[in-house]
Design a protein around this ligand. Structure first.
Ligand code: DX5
Ligand code: ZN
Length: 216
């Protein structure tokens, strides 16, 4: 069954705890947390203190997407705050392999995020050090953007790389995921889907239906 990870970026920030509880009750598997620094991406969102405050509200894993450069100085703070998965962009530091090893040392699962222009080759020799790969199907920085169809080929390519490796690596997709694009991602080989607008539209009464619609 596909993992559904609602992005709290699309929730009501004045009621974050309630929103997190509502998506968990509606069937969310993970909570996706978009961390933006106003430098690596042109938007600023939340830091470790917000993750720490949210953590006791739900029991599902925290899938923390770091759009921060340099990223290394912040890994420990997010792990201590409660991140279960820490995903980094290869462009956010000089030594991706060292960063991935550090994430595992901290006891979290290590993810690599691919911008629409980033090649899957980046992880060709790193399959042993990765627990998750995250394909961006929008340019990172904002919710509510349209799905970039060219990335379906990248999902297929990463699916083939993961299968050839024989490793149990999660293939996640993030950006513009809707009831229309979700089946395309799953057909291309995705095993986890992030969705902001498509989950939070319509308010709490709609969350369970919205999540079910993404599972297909
Ligand atoms: C974009 C973020 C996404 C975003 C997805 O930089 O990484 O997680 O919140 O939002 P939707 O689903 O609305 O495209
Ligand atoms: Zn994200």
């Amino acid at each position: 069954m596909t993992i559904i990870a609602p992005s709290i970026l699309a929730s009501d920030f004045s009621r974050l705890g309630e929103e997190a509880r509502a998506v968990e009750a509606a069937g969310a598997d993970w909570l996706h947390v978009d961390v933006m620094d106003g430098h690596f991406v042109p938007n600023i969102t939340i830091g470790p203190d917000v993750v720490r405050a949210l953590k006791p509200h739900v029991s599902i894993p925290f899938d923390v997407h770091l759009m921060v450069a340099p990223v290394d100085p912040y890994l420990e703070a997010f792990r201590e705050a409660g991140a279960d998965i820490l995903s980094v962009h290869p462009e956010a530091g000089p030594h991706l392999n060292r960063t991935l090893k550090r994430i595992r040392e901290l006891g979290a699962k290590a993810g690599v995020v691919f911008n629409p222009s980033t090649s899957p080759d980046v992880i060709e020799y790193m399959m042993d050090d990765v627990d998750l790969v995250l394909v961006m199907t929008v340019n990172p920085g904002f919710g509510g953007q349209s799905f970039i169809t060219s990335q379906l080929k990248k999902i297929e390519r990463l699916r083939a790389m993961i299968d050839a490796s024989g490793k149990d690596i999660i293939l996640e997709v993030d950006g513009g995921v809707t009831a229309i694009t979700a089946p395309q991602c799953i057909a291309a080989g995705a095993t986890a889907l992030v969705a902001g607008s498509a989950v939070f539209k319509g308010g709490p009464d709609a969350y369970a239906g919205n999540i079910a619609a993404l599972r297909g």
